[in-house]
Design a protein around this ligand. Sequence first.
Ligand code: MEV
Length: 314
Amino acid sequence: MSGEGIGFGKAILFNEHFVVYGVPAIVSAIGKYTIAKVNPNNKTGWTLTDNRKATPDYKEDKIDQQKDSIKLILKKMNIDLSKEGLDIALDGTLYCASGIGASAASCVAIARALSEHFNLNLSDEEINEIAFEGEKGYHGTPSGIDNTASTFGGLIWFEKGENKIMETISIPAPIEIVMGNTGKVANTSAAVEGVRNRKEENPEKYNEIFDRAENIAYLARNALKNEDHKELGKLMNENHKLLQQIEVSSRELDFLVKLARDNGAIGAKLTGGGLGGNIIALTPGKNLQEEVANAIEKEGFQTLKTVIGASRER
Ligand code: MEV
């Protein structure tokens, strides 16, 4: 037997970081994915061959977290490799970088490949739970938003909590976006930890920011449903400002956000853990998408042109 599985990349449209504290967030899977393949070998334990394309240093920086993550996945699935070993290989169309869901995509892909290999027939819900465990290897206390987008695909309203809420947001048509990669690999754990410390030190200031973030999520959901791109872009810009206030932006992220806006993006913000990684720019229509991507590439940064709101693309 061998097994194969995929996990989607993702872009958080609203409320990364705030989501860790139960504030609603909006995320979309993107049309790029990681594929995992597992094959039995005649040894014991597991090996990993990572053929994913990646930002320089990404794979090297994450290797220890990646190993922890695979151990957590195997443990959660009660897989014992002391008698029969497995070779795990990763590949796919998702270019690994911070902020794009690379860790979640690989956790989901590996969980699916293992499920197939061992004939477990796991549901998406079960895969999502396993991937959530795997995500703990990368960032200690994940909210679960990344693995949820990576498992289910589509555009999702997400609220962490005992009664986790996960709703698909249906929109009339997918919307073009551009993601811009600062090329800086960032540590999500450190970013989340930083917010926690500053929040504890300045509860009043942070409560105010968090309240506004919550409002933005509800307004954004309406704007998405109504195809009000102008309002959506305005809310993304405001969301970026809040993320700056909680100090998870960076010089490079701010530069790319401004560059995207100056070249016509309706809105732009950092996406994911911040402190490096990616921005997301709202660019409805192929022409605008092309213009914004060209402007970013002209400055020497890598881009990804994709859409939000498509269901399970591959
Ligand atoms: C990382 O993609 C998103 C964060 O909100 C962390 C999390 O939700 O687990 C920064």
